[in-house]
Design a protein around this ligand. Structure first.
Ligand code: NAD
Ligand code: UDP
Ligand code: UDP
Length: 324
């Protein structure tokens, strides 16, 4: 059931200058909302939202969510947190602080203002899953002391905080468990697989497969994901989630590499590198719940989404001629 109130709102997007955040801000601005975009530019950049700066209903603020924030808003999308393993492992203590202290501050803000608040959680809460595809009632298999734990356990703790603020203080919460999402405005050096493979293919460099490439992921195009996030925010107040948002079209990392090589027409060859610790073997969302609650399912096919992402990277890194 949808919240029928579609009035323009004052909306805070933390991590709004990042990959997902910038698309979300763009969409909310287009819908006529007043958007306060907050970011510390750790992995995001002003460039990602430069095209919104002249809009009268857009405001950009440099702020770190681990510090308190006093503003007046009606909705909060809490996206602040590095998402790429390379970046979140760079300063793991800061990553956990961002998830945990950031959640406490944003929940405190929501409590004071009465704002509805959505958490960008992750499929990483399922860890290296034994249940496949992953359903929301699966509690996951996370190594609490491994290299990914700063992110996984930080996000798990944030979910706990969201539900405790809801039970203890009656907050209106929404928790989205986002699965691998890709698209324009991913950072070229982000380290995630789609951006790495596209940048490597366009430059004619070797494509780096970690492990034997048989591990799987399911890739969702950013426009579909933004539809899901906004749809979840607009649900009836009784709906909290967690709700999986992702594309169930699963493929191995080798298959992804082959598709990208073929789409770019690149001469790149595949090379094999060691598999990082605790790298999940398989991942695919069960999106039945999102279908029921939000009437949502992804519409963009992988090849279509990859083509749009490649166009972005070609323009970004000035590699138009390479690999064509
Ligand atoms: P991203 O790294 O592009 O964006 C994160 C943004 O948060 C960046 O702009 C960064 O500068 C900002 N940030 C980091 N720490 C901050 C802090 N302490 N204070 C303020 N801002 C801070 O990554 P993304 O892919 O856009 O991910 C956005 C959110 O979605 C993250 O919370 C991530 O965990 C979640 N998520 C993303 C995916 C995905 O596949 N893209 C999957 C699961 C979950
Ligand atoms: N907070 C904030 N903005 C607000 C209200 C609170 O950043 O508008 C932060 C503040 O740092 C506080 C945290 O949110 O410590 C949690 O707030 P809450 O009211 O839950 O707890 P308390 O203030 O009692 O510690
Ligand atoms: N990966 C890879 N080569 C790369 C980057 C990543 O083979 O250059 C693999 C990585 O080991 C993982 C998968 O691709 O199995 C997805 O990695 P990503 O960092 O994008 O996301 P996550 O592991 O968090 O799902």
């Amino acid at each position: 059931m949808k919240d029928s109130d579609q009035l323009p709102r004052r909306i805070l997007v933390t991590g709004g200058a990042g990959f997902l955040g910038s698309h979300l801000c763009e969409r909310l601005i287009g819908q006529g909302h007043e958007v306060l975009c907050l970011d510390n530019y750790f992995t995001g950049s002003k460039q990602n939202v430069a095209h919104l700066l002249a809009r009268p209903n857009f405001e950009l603020v440099r702020h770190d969510v681990t510090f308190p924030l006093y503003v007046e808003v009606e909705q909060i999308y809490n996206l602040a947190c590095p998402a790429s393993p390379v970046h979140y492992q760079h300063d793991p203590v800061q990553t956990t602080k961002t998830s945990v202290h950031g959640a406490i501050n944003m929940l405190g803000l929501a409590k004071r203002t009465g704002a509805r608040i959505l958490q960008a959680s992750t499929s990483e809460v399922y860890g290296d899953p034994e249940v496949h595809p992953q359903t929301e009632d699966y509690w996951g298999r996370v190594n609490p002391v491994g290299l990914r734990a700063c992110y996984d356990e930080g996000k798990r703790c944030a979910e706990t905080l969201f539900f405790d603020y809801q039970r203890q203080h009656g907050l209106e919460i929404k928790v989205a468990r986002i699965f691998n999402t890709y698209g324009p405005r991913m950072h070229p050096n982000d380290g995630r697989v789609v951006s790495n493979f596209i940048v490597q293919a366009l430059a004619g460099k070797d494509i780096t497969i970690y492990g034997d490439g048989s591990q799987t992921r399911s890739f969702c195009y950013v426009d579909d994901l933004v539809d899901g996030l906004i749809g979840l925010m607009q649900t009836d107040s009784a709906i909290t989630g967690p709700v999986n948002l992702g594309n169930p079209d699963e493929c191995s990392i080798i298959e992804l590499a082959e598709r990208i090589v073929s789409l770019t027409g690149s001469g790149s060859k595949l090379v094999y590198r060691p598999l990082p610790a605790d790298d999940p073997v398989q991942r695919r969302p069960d999106i039945t719940l999102a279908g029921e609650l939000l009437d949502w399912s992804p519409a963009v096919q992988l090849e279509e989404g990859l083509a749009a992402t490649m166009d972005y990277f070609r323009a970004q890194v000035g590699l138009q001629e390479v690999g064509q």
